[in-house]
Design a protein around this ligand. Structure first.
Ligand code: MN
Length: 199
């Protein structure tokens, strides 16, 4: 059984970037929904239930049962992506990446601001629902719906941004750009750096 992880901070902790109302709905309703539907889809399948979530998503391309594969992609992806997302933000976040990660971003993008601009631009380009990711090799990629790089046999991302409307509509209405701009103020660079060092 997969379980909904704790947020690790109060619902209101990311204000004003993200309201308590959004955090409560996003975590308690949306994320809980992914977990519940994933568990329902895997019921009776001991082999798949024994996998951790990264293994499960890594194997989704090999599952022939289309209905099951779709459930793992959507619900399992939703569970994994959101579990990361909560940790990739912090009330003490914002500012710039640090140490070697900052060096790597500077080397690839010329400056931290250029990286932010590129990531922001890519996140704006997602049509409909999806995610924008920073990969360990400093690539910035996007995936539709609740897909993520693991499903394509790629590495685990080190930073991700949820650009589904449910992530921002209550606070920013149709302005995804305002949400992304405010999100940079809560990015947990310590966590991103840890993930990258463990890459
Ligand atoms: Mn979401």
């Amino acid at each position: 059984m997969y379980k909904l992880p704790e947020l690790g901070y109060d619902y209101a902790a990311l204000q004003p970037s993200i309201s308590a109302e959004i955090m409560r709905l996003h975590h308690d309703t949306h994320h809980q929904g992914y977990v519940d539907k994933l568990n329902a889809a895997l019921q009776g399948n001991d082999a798949l239930q024994a996998l951790d979530i990264e293994q499960l998503l890594g194997e989704v391309a090999t599952i022939d049962d289309t209905k099951l594969a779709t459930a793992i992609r959507n619900q399992g992806g939703g569970h994994y992506n959101h579990s990361l997302f909560w940790q990739m933000m912090s009330p003490d976040g914002g500012g710039e990446a640090k140490a070697e990660l900052l060096d790597a971003l500077n080397e690839r993008y010329g400056s931290f601001q250029s990286f932010v601009d590129e990531f922001t631009s890519k996140s704006a380009s997602v049509f409909g629902s999806g995610w924008c990711w920073l990969m360990p090799n400093m690539d910035i990629i996007t995936t539709p719906n609740q897909d993520n790089p693991l499903m394509n046999g790629e590495s685990a991302p080190i930073l991700g941004l949820d650009v589904w409307e449910h992530a921002y509509y209550l606070d920013y209405h149709a302005s995804r750009a305002d949400y992304v701009k405010a999100w940079w103020d809560v990015v947990n660079w310590d966590f991103v750096n840890e993930r990258w060092r463990g890459k």
